[in-house]
Design a protein around this ligand. Sequence first.
Ligand code: DAH
Length: 355
Amino acid sequence: MKQQLQRLQEEFIASLATIDSEASLKQLESDYLGKKGKLKAILAGVKDLSIEDKKTVGVAANEMKKDFMIKLANKAWEIELAAFAQVESDEAIDVTIGYPSENLGHKHPISHTTELLEDIFISLGFKIEDGPQVEDELHNFDKLNIPHNHPARDVWDTFWISDDVNKNKDIWERLLLRTHTSPVQIRTMMSQELPIKIIVPGRVFRYEQEDARHTCNFYQLEGLVVGEGVTFGDLKWTLDTVMKQLLGEKTELRFRPSIFPFTEPSAEVDVSCQICNWSGEAKGKKCSMCSWTGWVELLGSGMVHPTVLEWCGIDSKKYSGFAFWMGIDRIAAQRFGVSSSRMFYQNKLKLNEQF
Ligand code: DAH
C-alpha cells in the first residue's frame, strides 16, 4: 500500500505540473482528494491491514493529503498571478503612442521666417551661432565700442536685471536682457578661429513704447563675416542675394549712410515695401508699414570697426569683416502682408492660422 501511495504522489505531482487553469485545477483536486478520489480509493483497503500497518499508512496518507492541499493552494496562487499579469499586459496603455488629431498646429510666422532665413544663409556657407538672452554689459555694450556713460547707449533702451543681482558686480559685469544680437559677434570673435562666417537669429529686448513697428521684445538676425580681404562689396552682394531669395527677384535694396559704434562705415538698408509694392499706397490708403515712402528699414550693416576687431584679439591690419542685422519680425510682416509686426505677439490665432 505504501508503494501505491508513493506512485499516487508521483502521479499527482506530474499531473499538477501540466495544470494551467482554475477549472483543471479543481478537477485535479476532486480526482485525488474528492469523495470518489484516488486517495480515498487506496485508503479503502486500509481496513484489511494489520494494526501496526494501519497506523503508519494512516499517518502517511494524512501527511500526503496535507501535502497535496498545500501544493494545490500554491498552484492556485500561481494561476491567479499569471491571470493578473495577462490582464496587466492586455490592458496596458502605451502613453507614447500617437493619436490622430485634426488640429496639429503650425509654425508661427516668425519661426517660419527664421527657418527660411537660416536655410538661405546655410546655402551661402554660414554657420548658426547662439548666445545668452541674459547678457553682461561687457559683451552687450563695452566690447562693441559703446562705453559706459556714452550717449550712444541711449539708443538701446535697456531692461536691467534687478539691483539685488547687479549691486555687487563691477560695471561691465552687470546683467541685462540683451538689447541686440550683436554681443554674439564678440563672443564668436573671442572664441573662434578665423575665417568667421556666422548668423545669429535670436530674441532681443528693449524698454520701448509700443507702436506698429516697435515692441519691447522682438527677433533679430545678426550676421558676421571676418577674414582676409572681406569688403563692403561682399556685404552688399550678400544682403542683396539673401533678400532677393527671400522676397523675390524684383526686390530692391537701398543703402543709406548711418552710424553704429561697432561698424565703420555703416549703412542702414531699406527694402522695397512688399505690402504696397514699392508704391507707398495700399488699398487706396497711405501704407502704414513704410509710412508711404515705398521703403522699409529691414536691415543695418557695416564694416566691423577696427577697434572692435582688436579688442577681440584680431589683427585689424591683416583682417577685415562685415556685420549686419535684420529684423525678423519686420521681414515676416513683409512676407505675409501683415501691416504691424506687433500683431505677431498678440496671440491671435485668427491671424497666425492664416499662414
Ligand atoms: N545691433 C544693432 C541694433 O540692434 C543693429 C546692427 C547694426 C547690427 C549694424 C549690426 C550692424 O551687426 O552691422 O541696433
